[in-house]
Design a protein around this ligand. Structure first.
Ligand code: DGL
Length: 283
């Protein structure tokens, strides 16, 4: 496999672009082909079998485009399909759960870890297992937050509606309101953004955690930590690019390239190139 080949990255939609952003910060010379399967978003409410089938379709599309490794920039897929992808494809595959769990274990110390994710991610127990691999003391409290995926895909990340939704979900990480108007006791030492769509709500989540508990609670995003893992995998396999130019970015979607392009600029924090529509049905 060529060092100059691009990395493949995929998610159900826009969310994985938060991982692309971290990869481009950490590994600026690597070229990236990103695939957002927005024709079939959300993945988080679907069965394990369906998520595995969709994930294989995405991974094979990227493989056909000659990528040197695949980053699964989706917690839902990383929760249920990593082993199948590794068995089916002859490429290094990196997920986002282990890096997120590692960062959370460091941030929470011995306190329980709160995880906001899709229904699929939370019910899979993947974070509980991943955290247990780093610490025998950290307990995981999972809260499904599926509405945030829909709001992110809409680009509706500010204002009263997302604020109320975020508040309702975060409530699970606090004890009861003992005295009306006073802060509630936190049950967790940090909150993991266990879905790659959720970093878009990071500021809102941080401010609502403060509002409810009366103090700041660390919020953990796995993107930067995942970029470190990808760097280590590329180095270990002799696949890191030797180029010095900024790597190319190719964006593929399965539907609605124009609307993806406009929201993607905000996710990536850089002007995006044109977005190409692909059909995965043959994959
Ligand atoms: N962004 C994905 C994740 O990290 C999936 C969201 C969805 O499609 O439900 O889980």
């Amino acid at each position: 496999m060529e060092r100059a080949a691009p990395l493949g990255v995929f998610d159900s939609g826009l969310g994985g672009l938060t991982v692309v952003r971290a990869l481009r910060e950490r590994l600026p010379s690597e070229s990236i082909v990103y695939l957002g399967d927005n024709a079939r978003v959300p993945y988080g409410t679907r069965s394990r079998e369906t998520v595995i089938r969709y994930a294989l379709g995405c991974a094979r599309e990227l493989e056909q485009r000659g990528v040197k490794g695949i980053v699964v920039a989706c917690n839902t897929v990383s929760s249920v399909a990593l082993e199948v992808l590794r068995a089916e494809l002859d490429l290094p595959i990196t997920g986002v759960i282990l890096p997120g769990a590692r960062a959370a274990t460091n941030a929470a110390g011995e306190a329980p870890i709160g995880v906001l994710g899709t229904l699929g991610t939370i019910s899979s127990g993947a974070y509980t297992r991943a955290v247990a691999s780093f610490s025998s003391r950290s307990e995981v409290l999972g809260q499904p937050a599926p509405l945030l995926v829909a709001l992110a895909e809409e680009g509706w990340t500010e204002g009263e509606v997302p604020r109320l939704v975020v508040r309702r979900y975060l409530s699970a990480f606090f004890g009861p309101e003992e005295i009306p108007g006073l802060p509630r006791a936190s049950k967790v030492g940090c909150v993991v953004l266990g879905c790659t769509h959720f970093p878009l709500f990071r500021e809102l989540i941080e401010s609502e955690l403060y509002e409810i508990g009366g103090r700041g609670i660390p919020v953990v995003d796995s993107a930067a930590e995942t970029a470190l893992d990808v760097e280590a995998v590329l180095e270990a396999r002799g696949l890191a690019t030797t180029g010095r130019e900024r790597g190319e970015l190719t964006l593929l979607v399965t539907d609605m390239p124009k609307s993806f392009e406009s929201v993607a600029t905000r996710f990536l924090g850089e002007q995006v190139p044109g977005v190409e529509q692909v059909d995965l049905r043959s994959a």
